[in-house]
Write a protein that binds this ligand. Sequence first.
Ligand SMILES: Cc1ncc(COP(=O)(O)O)c(C=O)c1O
Length: 446
Amino acid sequence: MTASPDGSASGKVPNDLGPFWMPFTANRQYKANPRLLVSAEGVYYTSHDGRKILDGQAGLWCVNAGHAHKKIVEAVQKQIAKLDFAPTFNMGHPLPFELAGQLAALTPGDLDHVFFCNSGSEAVDTALKIALAYHRARGEGTRTRFIGRERGYHGVGFGGIAVGGMVGNRKAFGNSLISTDHLPHTHSLKDMAFSQGQPEWGAHLADELERIIALHDASNIAAVIVEPVAGSTGVLVPPKGYLEKLRAITQKHGILLIFDEVITGFGRLGKSFAAEYFNIIPDLMTVAKGITNGVIPMGAVFARDMVHDAIVTGPEGAIELFHGYTYSGHPVACAASLATLEVYREEGLFERAAKNAVKWQKLVHELKDDKLADLRNLGMMGAIEFKPREGAPGARGYEAFLHCYENGLLVRFGPDVLSLTPPLTISESELDFMFSTLRNAIKAVK
Ligand SMILES: Cc1ncc(COP(=O)(O)O)c(C=O)c1O
């Protein structure tokens, strides 16, 4: 049904946009005014109408090393020709072993055991299952409840939406399949608007965890899961001291702490992981996206020694964890990830992000304007929050997004927030272009 066999590559809009039911998209609105990306290199996309678009959202928070990196492309091409697929159930191939070793060396503390999957959603569901299996293996099988957080995003599996706290992602899907409770989110415009980096206000919100634990009793709670910096809800930066409190309280009650680092992992904050940035070791950590620079789907869960060792025990020859995916440790994804890690190392991209984060903070806060409710930043993450227009919430965000796109910049929007996360390879002059385009968009919206 496309205009040509390679309709997208030719730059033409396919004739029939109907059959592709687009994810997390206003399908009818989009299809009335389609925006197609047909190629990519470095920090730029090319649109179907032949324009260069600066990628201010790193694909979807994943292309940290820039698009079509030669080293990663060649590694994928070579691997697919050598070993396209091999199972990892009771069989193996060398790559996931090599990759797990390199990842373990990159993680802080003893987060040294790596379970591979194919996405962030799968990583979250895997981590929740590992938490349950851990407590059961230790004879504390009553610990089955999970504590998430309002405005949290943990993917779209049933586990992920149960612990997640974004109403739109939950309301159409009935009661959650697992028992949960939720911490309050940490965002208060009244107390922290326009904070540079971590807000001073809000550490006390972690004390709510004590109240929730008292309500359910610690003996019924398996784990607390949070994004160290909440990404999808519009970049909510944790108040100073907040994550430290969560760590102390979970530890005191024998509850596991899971950091969902699907966005914050692999350099976004100028360190390998947010856990390293904040100097807090969670018991489990979920990653995806930047693990392969977004080129091949892959996710992973990192587990500390005590979690792994409690489960990987029992009779010789018995499977210890009845969990896994056909594509866990897929050879092509592993090759992409190994090449990606090499690029991160060789090009010093985490250090580069740390250095650019200083200029980034300044650029974000120079956008201050009467139409804005907030500007926030940490590492190479940032957000612009509009005051909603009277009677039309979300309109300013969408209009600003469109203005940017028409002027050569792609950023995420929703509803009245623009989220900013460019590839870590972005140069100073590209940053200047990005922020002058944003400034014009803020001026242009009514
Ligand atoms: C923190 C977090 N967890 C989980 C996910 C889900 O990842 P995926 O879309 O790969 O399933 C995302 C996706 O943005 C995320 O930001």
